[in-house]
Write a protein that binds this ligand. Structure first.
Ligand code: HEC
Length: 136
């Protein structure tokens, strides 16, 4: 019995260490995304047109933190996400981008549901998809 108890504390200890290390190296984690968000599809009809509108919305609402090119290097934040990272495309399909921008995260990434309309956020999402396409 005693043996088993020790094994459990050991496991718990290493999970804690892994958790801390993971948190430090993999940025932008810890979002709670509801099940349906991933499957949500953009209602946008003309992606190019939407991305154009999204670009100016991005410039006025997002660039100060995420940087003019989306590299995460805007003056108002020292740890805004790099939105050009194509490797995060799998993790962030359009429905999840929408959810993240609409709802925000902790105090760092503001929620835009009170600042932009749904259509505006979808336009920004179309622009984010352009930003992370290599050689756009
Ligand atoms: C006040 C600074 C600030 C502003 C303004 C801001 N963001 Fe963010 N954003 C952040 C920070 C910091 C993070 C990473 C923090 C986190 O994940 O907890 C983030 C994360 C994100 C993520 C998630 C990235 C990922 O791969 O998980 C997306 C998408 C995003 N922002 C898009 C936007 C868009 C689009 C706008 C404008 C409509 C915007 N942000 C405005 C600071 C900002």
């Amino acid at each position: 019995m005693k043996q088993g108890w020790r094994w459990h504390t050991g496991l718990f200890g290493s999970m804690l260490v892994l958790g801390l290390a993971g948190g430090a190296s993999a940025q932008y984690q810890g979002w709670t995304i509801p099940d349906g968000a991933k499957a949500e599809k953009s209602p946008v009809k003309n992606a190019a047109d939407a991305a154009k509108k999204g670009k100016s919305l991005y410039a006025s609402n997002c660039a100060k933190c995420h940087g003019p090119e989306g590299k995460g290097n805007g003056p108002d934040s020292d740890h805004a996400a790099d939105l050009t990272d194509e490797f995060r495309a799998d993790l962030n399909p359009e429905g999840i981008l929408y959810y993240k921008v609409w709802n925000g995260h902790t105090n760092d990434m503001p929620a835009f549901k009170s600042k932009l309309t749904k259509d505006e956020v979808w336009n920004v999402v179309e622009y984010l998809k352009v930003l992370r396409t290599p050689a756009h």
